[in-house]
Design a protein around this ligand. Structure first.
Ligand code: 13P
Length: 249
């Protein structure tokens, strides 16, 4: 049985004070133990977030990290740095990183390998752009993204992988994939994993949906059999909305 996950990707939002306030408000809520709740604040606030969530059932993840162990990479953050502040989870492959910072699938393959070498958990994002969906090549795009970045992994490594299907056309646009579109893609992804590995592994991998998830549409999306929760952007910045989305899973 896969555990449900709702993760908030705060992106480049919230200063130190706002980060603390949002975490304190989240801590006042009570969540079912059947769901893993995660938040990804900015790098500058990870130390604080880790401290404030101690003893709470809120997990903290980083939004990105570099593939290299250390060295001359000005402005970058390594796995070792994250682990030294007790952050053992990271989002990799977000479409904004792909679009604005040239993160290709082969770059992401290296990042995933580094994270897993450090025994970190990875929320791996992928998904097609609007043009690709219009041309009906979205399945092929997703297949290539997964094959390049992840399908070289040994089966045992997959216990640390959480997939997040985020169609780019649905991110921050207010336009969501319909529950049927999400289910169709998630089932396709599970099928790919089953073909490459086996059905047991395919059944064990959590696959989250991300892209304009809101309190109003969360339960319809989350009720799909192959949707195991969500990666939430804008709605994760508002405590009532995020709480309502968590309760919908
Ligand atoms: P929105 O929920 O704001 O569309 O963002 C989704 C996302 O990019 C989460 O990583």
């Amino acid at each position: 049985m896969r555990k449900k996950i709702v993760a908030g990707n705060w992106k480049m939002n919230n200063n130190k004070q706002e980060t603390a306030e949002l975490i304190e408000s989240l801590k006042l809520l009570s969540f079912s133990t059947d769901v893993r709740v995660m938040i990804a604040p900015a790098h500058t606030h990870l130390v604080q977030a880790e401290k404030l969530t101690q003893g709470a059932t809120i997990e903290v993840l980083a939004q990105n990290m570099n593939a290299a162990e250390s060295g001359a990479y000005t402005g970058e953050i390594s796995a070792r740095m994250l682990q030294s502040i007790n952050i053992n989870k990271v989002i990799l492959g977000h479409s904004e990183r792909r679009a604005y910072y040239n993160e290709t699938d082969s770059v992401l393959k290296k990042k995933v390998e580094t994270a897993l070498r450090h025994d970190m958990e990875v929320v791996f994002c992928f998904g097609e752009e609007l043009e690709e969906r219009k041309k009906e090549c979205h399945f092929e795009v997703v297949r290539t993204q997964l094959e390049t970045a992840l399908f070289g992994l040994k089966p045992s490594r997959w216990s640390k992988i959480i997939l997040a299907y985020e169609p780019v056309w649905a991110i921050g646009t207010g336009e969501t994939a319909s529950p049927e579109q999400a289910q169709e893609m998630h089932a396709f992804i599970r099928g790919l994993i089953s073909l490459k590995y086996d059905q047991n592994l395919a059944d064990s991998v959590p696959i989250l949906y991300g892209g304009s998830v809101k309190p109003a549409n969360a339960s319809a999306i989350f009720s799909q059999p192959d949707v195991d929760g969500g990666l939430i952007g804008g709605s994760a910045l508002n405590v009532e909305d995020f709480a309502s989305i968590i309760q919908s899973v």
